[in-house]
Every structure is written in structure tokens, then in C-alpha cells.
Design a protein around this ligand. Structure first.
Ligand code: 9D3
Length: 256
């Protein structure tokens, strides 16, 4: 149930803030997730504490040395037999499905890259999974490691209250969330949809599902293609398409 994560990084100080507050901070205090930070530089043996070197064959940038990384990992392995996850732009893009699988493990080892990356021989011998968090260029693997930890840790039993349980997540049911409203009932002359004030639970559920479908259709139609919809939901989606079509042709928004 609890998860032990060992993180190998050149910048352990970067992790203090993001992982000490709010939900993840509480999960750590409760012992549901245990995070150990290791400075790769502490596993050097030379006077200058060198962690990287120039690439064979020439070219720009530096490569993280395999001997230093291996010394660090062999030490961490004494207490952690989980998969080694290397955060790299070349990895598989993090998705909720992969996060769920990692949340079922009891131990993980995360390796944050920097410079041009790690020596290929270390990767071949030690790395089990390579992960990216998306197609944009960051300066290192630390922020991606924190994103991965946050995504996985919130799935652990007891981290979220029953209130906002992870089973209700957008991406778990495969749809974007419906809009939310709170007091005041009228804000800048805009009213809260009356169905939400009706107290009719069934109608409210149906309205929310419909607005979820509307948002998903508008913003992420790819999500609708990648999952089977029940007959009920499919009909609701057809209603939304009809309404949105009417909305667009109304008032000459679309010329004939
Ligand atoms: C010169 C070629 N660059 C690849 C696009 C090299 C390079 C750029 C940036 C190598 C490493 C990095 C730092 N990024 C990460 O370590 C990283 C990352 C990212 O940049 N985007 C999304 N996910 C990730 S996971 C690790």
C-alpha cells in the first residue's frame, strides 16, 4: 500500500518545495509515500566530484558518467528493488494508465537526467522504463520526476479523501470535467444553471455528463474516438452535437 521512492538527481534541493505541501506533503507525513533524495555527486570518488564528461565522437554538451551512476544505483538497490525509471525526452509520454500501474508497485527508483543525457551502457544495464512528460523541452528531469511522483502518489490509498476520490477523475472516465459553480448564484449578471439548484440528483448527474461530453467534443475529440461509449452516453453525445450545430448556425454565425 505504501510506496518508497528513491530519486537520483544532481539537484535534490529542487524537490523540497513542491513535495512538502498540500496533498503530497500530507501523504509523506502520514507515511503513505516515502521519498528519499540522493545527490548523484555524492557518489563520485575524485577530488573534483565530476559527474559528466565530453561525448566520444565530439559534439556539444556533456554526458553523465556511467561509473558514477552505477555506484549510486548499486547503493540504492540494497534497499530498493523497484523498477528504474529514467526521465528523458526520449521516453514514453506519461499517461494516467502508466501512472496507475506504477501506483501498484511498492518501490520505484527515479533517475533525473541533465546535460545531453546518460551514457548508453548505463542505460542498457540499469534502466527499466524511460519516461517523458510531453513534447516540449525542459532543462532537466527534475520537474518531470516531481510530476511523476505527484501523479502516482495521489492514486495511493488514503491520499485523497473519499470526497475527491481518484476514481472520479477526468482521464479515468476518459472525459473532461463538466463546469463547476459556487456562490454567489448571480455573478456579473451570469446565473448558475437552474438544474444545479433544483436538488434533483438524477437530472444534475445527467446535466453534468452532458456538459462533460460537450467539453470533450469541443476541446479533446480524440478522447471520444479512443473509447467505447454506452448507448445512453452515445445518445447524449448526439444531442450535444445537434445543440452545438444549432448554436453555430444561429444568428448567421455560419454563412450558407
Ligand atoms: C539537443 C537535444 N535535446 C533533446 C531535445 C537534448 C535535451 C534537451 C533537454 C536533453 C535533455 C533535456 C532535458 N529534459 C529532460 O531531461 C526531460 C524532459 C523534457 O525536456 N521534456 C519532457 N519530458 C522530459 S523527461 C526529462
Amino acid at each position: 500500500m505504501a510506496l518508497d521512492i528513491d530519486v537520483l538527481t544532481l539537484f535534490p534541493e529542487m524537490f523540497a518545495g513542491p513535495l512538502s505541501h498540500s496533498i503530497i506533503g500530507r501523504a509523506r507525513n502520514q507515511g503513505i509515500v516515502q521519498i528519499s533524495l540522493w545527490n548523484i555527486r555524492d557518489f563520485t570518488l575524485d577530488k573534483h566530484r565530476i559527474v559528466d564528461d565530453t561525448p566520444y565522437g565530439g559534439g556539444p554538451g556533456m554526458v553523465m558518467k556511467p561509473d558514477v551512476l552505477a555506484r549510486a544505483l548499486d547503493f540504492i538497490r540494497l534497499d530498493n528493488s523497484g523498477p528504474v525509471i529514467y526521465l528523458t525526452p526520449q521516453g514514453q509520454t506519461l499517461a494516467q494508465s502508466a501512472a496507475s500501474k506504477l501506483a501498484a508497485k511498492s518501490q520505484l527508483i527515479l533517475l533525473c537526467g541533465h546535460y545531453e543525457g546518460i551514457d548508453e551502457r548505463f542505460r542498457a544495464l540499469y534502466v527499466d522504463i524511460e519516461m517523458s512528460i510531453g513534447d516540449y523541452v525542459l532543462t532537466g528531469g527534475e520537474l518531470p520526476a516531481m510530476v511523476l511522483i505527484d501523479t502516482v502518489a495521489r492514486l495511493l490509498t488514503g491520499v485523497l479523501g473519499a470526497e475527491d476520490s481518484a476514481t472520479e477523475d477526468s482521464f479515468s472516465n476518459g472525459l473532461l470535467e463538466h463546469p463547476h459553480y459556487t456562490r454567489p448564484r448571480v455573478f456579473r449578471e451570469m446565473e448558475v444553471p437552474s438544474v444545479l439548484l433544483s436538488g434533483h440528483h438524477g437530472q444534475i448527474q445527467r446535466w453534468r455528463l452532458k456538459e462533460s461530453l460537450r467539453r470533450t467534443l469541443e476541446r479533446r475529440p480524440d478522447l471520444l474516438d479512443s473509447q467505447p461509449l454506452s448507448k445512453d452516453v452515445h445518445e447524449l453525445l448526439e444531442d450535444v452535437k445537434q445543440e452545438d450545430c444549432k448554436e453555430r448556425t444561429k444568428g448567421g454565425l455560419v454563412e450558407q
